[in-house]
Design a protein around this ligand. Structure first.
Ligand SMILES: [Ca+2]
Length: 167
């Protein structure tokens, strides 16, 4: 019994050291992101958006028909570290694209970032996250309206267990 416990401890330490960074570019699959609203969905598709070609998660304002599209990531173990970094490339453009909102959730849900200004190119965000040693998951929420065409897209979602300034 004693041996088993110590093996679990050793495994736990190794696991802590080997916790891999998460990076999803959507080129091969959706990385386990799940749509939570049946009325409006983020769709993984190959497209040419903002002078970038590839696979993205995309919300089309007309198809969403005034509904909010939300995807959530799997839970990421904090691996008992205090700091994390979420990175994402995002695109929001057109009168129908109202807002991209990013929430985090550990014990409760909280807002991390909101963007509503249209722009014809992709932008990148790197956001320091106070993990407080808790596991966390993220929500990407696309609010659109039906007053005209609009596109909200995300790509290259990254999560690492250290401050954004640390390579
Ligand atoms: Ca991509």
């Amino acid at each position: 019994m004693k041996t088993c416990i110590s093996l679990v401890c050793v495994f736990s330490m190794i696991n802590k050291c080997l916790a891999l960074d998460f990076l999803c570019n959507f080129e091969d699959h959706d990385c386990g992101l799940i749509n939570t609203n049946a009325d409006a969905k983020w769709v993984r598709k190959y497209d040419n958006i903002g002078e970038r070609r590839g696979f993205f998660l995309v919300v089309d304002a007309v198809e969403s028909n005034n509904n909010v599209a939300t995807v959530k990531t799997p839970y990421f173990s904090s691996n008992e570290v205090a700091r994390g970094c979420l990175s994402v490339d995002y695109y929001i453009n057109g009168v129908g694209a109202y807002e991209l909102r990013i929430d985090g959730e550990d014990f409760y849900r909280f807002n991390i970032k909101s963007v509503s200004e249209s722009y014809i190119y992709w932008r990148s965000a790197q956001i320091d996250i106070d993990l407080s040693f808790q596991d966390i998951k993220f929500y990407f929420i696309a609010k659109t309206n039906n007053i005209g065409r609009g596109t909200i897209a995300i790509d290259n979602i990254g999560f690492k267990r250290r401050a954004c300034s640390v390579p």
